[in-house]
Design a protein around this ligand. Structure first.
Ligand code: PLP
Length: 399
């Protein structure tokens, strides 16, 4: 028999869809850049391996990478030093080590709903209780400070924020970041800020939480920035004392981050040009996706300001899982919105980290299915076979 934590933790809804897809499906489900890492980064990796940098390194990461990362964050807080920086084996591991270092059993942790699939399980795996706060399409997927105030109890320990957001694509303006910092300071909460999409923005820079409050832990990653998702390198920027504690947990998870990959991403920090080029292509795809989704009856889409996801709300008489299942049967992988929390119901996440051709073909499948479902939703039309169980009363359908 396995431990209760293993029994209770769920397989991510993103992975479930991906793993049950028929061969040659169009993949708008997974969140990873469809680009190669920059040539200089690939060369640096090969060189590092050939030159013998194949051994364990310091648990907190190689000093030269920590120093370069500290330099980047000095622009946000001049007092940042390498002691604030910890290199991890991915953003995922950074989030887990941070949760383990911060939360005690019974603590409450405010997590976004909808929000990335790790935050609530990581709180639970640490013995804490995730308390969802709402990000509503009607409010541009921005947090409601009044609601946050109402959720705070004597047990609230931290708030997890994610801007640019997966799955909504929303980016918090500076005023919201300031208000969230004041909120956290007022209640003595730690802010865990997941900034892995920091560089993937379309309407101006994302505002980092680093340097705005001394209660912030920033989690970041090279996965999206340098298109190195398979290399598993991320990092944490935290107050020094907390960085020491997170490092202890990180050591027990993975001893140290992979040495050759650290050498390689360090080379990637020398130029932001390849990331900027990738973002320009995402920007063109975003326009294609938003324009196409806006032309589909029954969908409402808040244009994403960052990351590479569209998160349209649908008014068709099916659940998000049924819709994603029907699309899968037609050869299109998407992620049902409720994989990201209850408020993701009636939403679908579409990744535009896919070629424009795949996007056109995938969105045509969605439009076609939407026409069928829209017709089925009209009282005179016959029901769509096999989808009766998803129907709700007409009054509940269009909110
Ligand atoms: N945070 C967010 C919001 C993400 O979307 C992802 C990956 O999709 C991660 C963290 C984890 O990234 P990685 O583990 O590849 O660094």
């Amino acid at each position: 028999m396995v431990a209760q934590r293993a029994r209770e933790v769920e397989i991510s809804g993103i992975r479930k869809m991906f793993e049950s897809a028929p061969p040659r499906s169009i993949n708008l489900g997974l969140g990873e850049p469809d680009f190669d890492p920059p040539a200089a980064v690939i060369d640096a990796l090969c060189r590092a391996v050939r030159e013998g940098r194949n051994h364990y390194g310091p648990s907190a990461g190689i000093p030269e990478l920590r120093e370069q990362l500290a330099e980047r964050y000095r622009a946000k807080d001049p007092a940042t030093s390498r002691d604030n920086v910890l290199v991890t084996g991915s953003g995922t591991e950074a989030l887990m080590a941070t949760a383990l270092a911060l939360y005690d059993p019974g603590d409450e942790v405010l997590v976004p709903n909808p929000g990335f699939v790790l935050y609530a399980p990581h709180a639970r795996l640490s013995g804490a209780i995730p308390v969802p706060y709402s990000l509503l399409a009607s409010g541009g997927f921005q947090p409601d400070l009044d609601e946050l105030e109402s959720l705070v109890t004597a047990r609230t320990r931290a708030i997890v924020v994610n801007s640019p957001s997966n799955p909504t694509g929303a980016v918090f303006p500076k005023a919201t970041v300031d208000r969230l910092c004041a909120f956290a300071d007022r209640h003595e909460l730690t802010i865990v800020s997941d900034e892995v999409y920091e560089e993937i923005v379309y309407d101006g820079p994302a505002v980092s939480f680093w340097g705005r409050s001394d209660r912030t832990v920033v989690v970041n990653s090279f996965s999206k920035m340098l298109a190195t998702t398979g290399w598993r390198i991320g990092f944490v920027v935290a107050p020094r004392a907390l960085a020491v504690e997170i490092n202890k947990l990180h050591y027990h998870i993975m001893a140290c981050p992979p040495t050759p990959a650290q050498v390689a991403v360090l080379a990637g920090l020398a130029s932001s040009e390849p990331t900027a080029r990738m973002v320009e292509e995402f920007r063109r795809r975003r326009e294609l996706v938003v324009r196409t989704l806006n032309a589909i009856d029954g969908l409402t889409t808040v244009p994403p300001a960052g990351a590479f996801y569209a998160f349209p709300r649908f008014s068709w008489p099916v659940s998000a899982t049924e819709l994603a299942g029907a699309l899968l049967a037609r050869g299109l992988i998407t992620t049902p919105g409720d994989a990201f929390g209850s408020l993701g119901a009636s939403h679908l996440r579409l990744s535009f980290a896919a070629s424009r051709d795949d996007l056109r073909r995938g969105l045509a499948i969605l439009a076609e299915l939407g026409r069928t479902l829209g017709a089925a939703d009209r009282p005179a039309a016959p029901p769509v076979s096999g989808r009766g169980s998803g129907r709700r009363p007409a009054s509940a359908r269009r909110s």
